[in-house]
Every structure is written in structure tokens, then in C-alpha cells.
Design a protein around this ligand. Structure first.
Ligand SMILES: [Zn+2]
Length: 98
């Protein structure tokens, strides 16, 4: 464990942490964009999570649609958008790793 200087507030920060505890600025981890890679992966995971939630919501709406409480086209649209979003997140994550 080494002590490095925060680029924002010049506070002494442990190299083990990812952000300065004093000002919250991201701490550089030496060569290589480790932080960037993690942030990107998280972005796609978040997109995927939203897409899965959307698909579940779409399925729920489809259930209401089948029971005649809602136009079935609404459910189909939500389901289609969520599915496209999921495929996009999957493809983007794959593209980023490959
Ligand atoms: Zn700082």
C-alpha cells in the first residue's frame, strides 16, 4: 500500500482506494485505464439491468393486455423496446471486451 497525492486537493490518499476521501476525486491507479474499463462494464451492466426490468414490466403489461385491462400494443411496444435495449447492451459489452 502506497500513499499518493490527490490531483485535486493534494491530500495524501492511499493507492488502495479509487476516490479521494476528502474531495471525492477519482484517484489515478497508475498506467492503464483500469477505472475507465470498470466504469464502461458497469454502464453496460446497468443498461442490461434496465432492459431486464423493462422486459419484466412488458410481460406484466402483456398479462394485463391478455386480461383486457390494457391495449396489448402497449405491452408489445414496451417488450420490444426492452428487448432491443438488452440486445444492444449485450452487443456493446461484447464489442467492448472483444
Ligand atoms: Zn482530493
Amino acid at each position: 500500500m502506497a500513499l499518493i497525492t490527490c490531483p485535486e486537493c493534494n491530500n495524501g490518499v492511499s493507492s488502495e482506494v479509487t476516490a479521494c476521501p476528502a474531495c471525492g476525486s477519482p484517484v489515478p491507479k497508475g498506467p492503464g485505464g483500469v477505472v475507465t474499463t470498470q466504469r464502461t462494464a458497469k454502464k453496460y451492466k446497468a443498461t442490461k439491468a434496465v432492459a431486464v426490468c423493462g422486459m419484466l414490466a412488458g410481460l406484466a403489461l402483456l398479462w394485463f393486455g391478455i386480461n383486457g385491462q390494457m391495449p396489448i400494443t402497449v405491452a408489445t411496444c414496451v417488450l420490444a423496446v426492452a428487448f432491443v435495449l438488452y440486445v444492444y447492451a449485450e452487443a456493446a459489452a461484447w464489442w467492448n471486451h472483444g
